[in-house]
Ligand binder design. Structure first.
Ligand SMILES: O=C(O)c1cccc(C(=O)CC[C@H]2O[C@@H](n3cnc4c(=O)[nH]cnc43)[C@H](O)[C@@H]2O)c1
Length: 236
C-alpha cells in the first residue's frame, strides 16, 4: 500500500533521523506506523520512508548510503532525502523549540587547522566541506513551514560545550543558525545517489557551554512532529 502520496512534489522521499525517538516523532506527524522495518516499507512501495541512521556523521553517511542503495537495487530509488532531527541553535538567531531549514549543510570541523586559521576541504583542494540544499526542495519546505528560519546548519563530530568553542564557530560561521552531527554525511550519501537533499532541524538547546538541564528535547521532538504533520498536508 502506498501510505503517503507524493511528498513535497517528490515521488519517493527518504527521511533520515539519527535516533529512534526522532524517527518516531516524524512518523507520528505523518500518521505512519512506527514498527515497519525499512525493507518492508520498500517492499510495500511506500513513497515516504523514515529511517534512523545513528548519531554522528560516519553512521549517518554509511546508513544513508545503505538505505539508498537497497532502494535502488529494489528498483524503487528515492529521489529526495531529508535529514531531520534535533539540533543546537545559535543564540539570537534561532530559539529553543524553533525550526531551521538548512540552505547548506557544512562540515565545520572537516579540514586542517593551521597557525593562520582553519582550512576547509575546499581550501585544501580535496572537495567541498559544504553541500547546498536542492533549491526546489528547499523552497517546497519553506512554503510548507513558513515559521522556520532558513540558513546554514553546521555538522560537527563534537557537540559544542564551551564558550571558547562556540566563539570559534561564531567567528568562522557568523551566519550559521544551528549545529548538529549528521547533515553533511546524509547529504554526501544523497549526492552520490543523485537524490536531492535538504536538512530540517528543530532546536533542543542553545549552542554554548554544556548545560544538560537546558536541553528541551521533548519540545524539539514535538516541533518535529508538528513539522511532519504540515508536510503530510502537501501530498499529491
Ligand atoms: O551532553 C549531553 O548530556 C547530551 C545529552 C543528550 C544528547 C546529547 C547529544 O549529543 C545528542 C546529539 C544528537 O542530537 C543532535 N544535537 C542536538 N543538539 C546538538 C548540539 O547542540 N550540537 C550538536 N548536535 C546536537 C545531533 O545531531 C545528534 O544526533 C548530549
Amino acid at each position: 500500500m502506498k501510505k503517503l502520496g507524493r511528498l513535497l512534489g517528490r515521488d519517493r522521499v527518504l527521511i533520515v533521523t539519527a535516533v529512534e525517538v526522532e524517527r518516531q516523532a516524524i512518523l507520528r506527524g505523518l500518521s505512519l506506523p512506527d514498527h515497519v522495518p525499512f525493507e518492508d516499507s520498500l517492499a510495500a512501495g511506500d513513497r515516504v520512508v523514515v529511517a534512523a541512521a545513528g548519531v554522528g556523521v560516519a553512521a549517518a553517511a554509511a546508513a544513508s548510503a545503505r538505505f539508498l542503495t537497497i532502494a535502488e537495487m529494489a528498483g524503487e530509488p528515492f529521489d529526495a532525502v531529508i535529514n531531520a532531527g534535533i539540533a543546537g541553535g545559535f543564540a539570537d538567531r534561532v530559539d529553543v523549540g524553533g525550526m531551521v531549514i538548512g540552505s547548506r549543510s557544512v562540515a565545520a570541523d572537516l579540514g586542517a587547522d593551521s597557525p593562520d586559521g582553519f582550512l576547509t576541504l575546499d581550501e585544501l583542494g580535496f572537495g567541498s566541506s559544504t553541500v547546498t540544499a536542492d533549491e526546489d526542495l528547499l523552497n517546497a519546505l519553506r512554503a510548507t513551514l513558513p515559521a522556520a528560519r532558513t540558513g546554514d546548519v553546521l555538522t560537527l563530530s563534537t557537540v559544542t560545550g564551551t564558550t571558547a568553542a562556540m566563539e570559534v564557530l561564531n567567528r568562522r560561521h557568523p551566519d550559521a543558525l544551528a549545529e548538529a552531527m549528521e547533515g553533511y554525511g546524509v547529504a554526501t550519501a544523497a549526492a552520490q545517489a543523485r537524490a536531492s537533499f535538504v536538512e530540517l532541524r528543530t532546536i533542543s538547546n542553545p549552542v554554548g557551554p554544556r548545560d544538560r538541564a537546558a536541553w528541551r528535547i521533548p519540545a524539539a521532538l514535538a516541533a518535529l512532529t508538528a513539522a511532519a504533520e504540515k508536510l503530510a498536508t502537501v501530498t499529491g
